[in-house]
Design a protein around this ligand. Structure first.
Ligand SMILES: Cc1ncc(COP(=O)(O)O)c(C=O)c1O
Ligand SMILES: [Zn+2]
Length: 393
């Protein structure tokens, strides 16, 4: 029996068959994969997981791929969850952890989404994909496409970090640099994909990247012996990691592996692009387009996330909140994390440090709570950003 029971529209709840090529529901909603969890829980348990592979494919029964031969893997997932006592002492948090996603292939958590999306593309016979990206999704798409022998067409802002551009070129992708933001890149993909025969792997416009990203939630549960932390800080651009983890927690509860306790999900955005923070503050269900988006945290420069309503719903239901921090605070946070803990984070992950400080000093979080920060990428991919702090002359 396949693991997937069907796909379900996140807006209108319409059902679609699995194992077929899909983008959005005709109503515009993102499709979410649903599994035969009742049957799966009879065959798969926490003990059998111990024999699983040391990567995210250990969660095979709750991933959408049918045939093992379809899998395109570069060793993604099962990233370290590191206790950060020195940083904790500096900010006043006694049980503070960093999940270091910078150790993934191509240096970011985007590898999780792409290993699953490109494996599914291969399984479904797709030969050309296109992706608009703030940078790291492009690098991951290029790497997994290269490994799969799939052609990748990439659209990124012209001022994307140098590492992303060079990686994509070296990985053999067709790269178009766009004078604009990821939203402009997305429009270009949408306009050309039918004529060019590209499968659009934009965030949430296909159903499988989120399935890869949700494994961040499975892993944190497993690494903490099936007790979820009190709070999770997530640097939010498109927000798919956050939505994915939220989905994972519901699946884990349906499998009987965790109870109903959920972490407070905390959205971290940059002051120069904070559509979710603004919507959350105003109690809105959708976010408005953020004009003139600008921040050193390239992955957070998403002016209007497609999954805005899902992000806002998860944050609200979790009792979490949304915080914005400015670029100087981001760089200070990155340097503090690096110098105290040996973790050189991407600015996106670094943004969580000042956000944590704010929520501890406001009393929203208490010093004894178990807190996990997701460092979504490696600082090494942002040398030109950090170079601003270390002029050589
Ligand atoms: C390093 C990094 N962190 C976070 C994000 C935002 O991810 P999400 O779309 O899941 O919010 C990105 C997106 O490009 C990124 O590259
Ligand atoms: Zn729908």
């Amino acid at each position: 029996m396949p693991n997937v029971s069907h796909l379900e529209c996140s807006l209108c709840a319409r059902h679609f068959a699995g194992n077929q090529i899909h983008n959005l529901c005709p109503c515009g909603g993102a499709l979410l994969v649903r599994y035969h969890l009742d049957a799966i829980r009879q065959l798969w348990n926490r003990d059998s997981l111990a024999e699983g592979k040391p990567d995210l494919w250990r969660y095979w029964p709750v991933l959408p791929v049918n045939r093992r031969e379809s899998v395109v893997s570069l060793g993604e997932g099962m990233t370290p969850l590191i206790e950060t006592k020195r940083l904790g002492a500096a900010v006043g948090a006694r049980d503070l952890w960093v999940k270091d996603e910078g150790l993934n292939p191509t240096g970011s958590f985007k590898a999780r989404g792409m290993t699953v999306a490109i494996s599914m593309a291969r399984e479904l016979g797709i030969t050309k994909i296109a992706v608009p990206s703030a940078g790291n999704a492009a690098s991951a798409a290029a790497a997994y496409s290269a490994a799969a022998g799939i052609e990748a067409y990439i659209f990124m802002p012209r001022d994307v970090p140098q590492a992303n551009f060079i990686e994509c070129k070296a990985l053999g992708a067709h790269v178009t640099l766009v004078d604009g933001l990821i939203s402009d890149c997305a429009r270009m993909v949408a306009e050309r994909k039918d004529q060019e025969g590209w499968f659009d792997v934009s965030t949430l416009k296909e159903p499988y990247r989120i399935e890869g990203k949700k494994t961040m939630g499975y892993e944190v549960a497993e690494q903490f012996d099936w007790r979820l932390p009190d709070a999770i800080f997530y640097p939010t651009g498109g927000g798919v990691g956050l939505i994915g983890m939220w989905k994972a927690f519901d699946e884990l509860e349906a499998l009987g592996w965790i109870d109903s306790k959920r972490p407070k999900m905390i959205v971290v955005q940059a002051a120069g692009c904070q559509p979710i923070v603004r919507a959350f503050k105003h109690g809105e269900q959708r976010a408005e387009f953020w004009e003139n988006a600008s921040t050193v945290a390239a992955g957070l420069r998403v002016p209007k996330p497609l999954g805005d309503s899902l992000i806002l719903k998860a944050v609200g239901a979790s009792g979490g909140t949304a915080v914005a921090v400015d670029d100087e605070e981001i760089l200070d946070g990155g340097i503090q994390l690096a110098s105290l803990e040996g973790i050189f984070a991407a600015p996106e992950g670094a943004a969580c440090i000042p956000a944590l400080r704010k929520l501890l000093s406001s009393g929203f979080l208490k010093p004894h709570e178990r807190i996990v920060i997701y460092n979504t990428g490696a600082g090494l991919k942002y040398l030109e950003t950090y170079a601003k702090r270390y002029p050589r002359a």
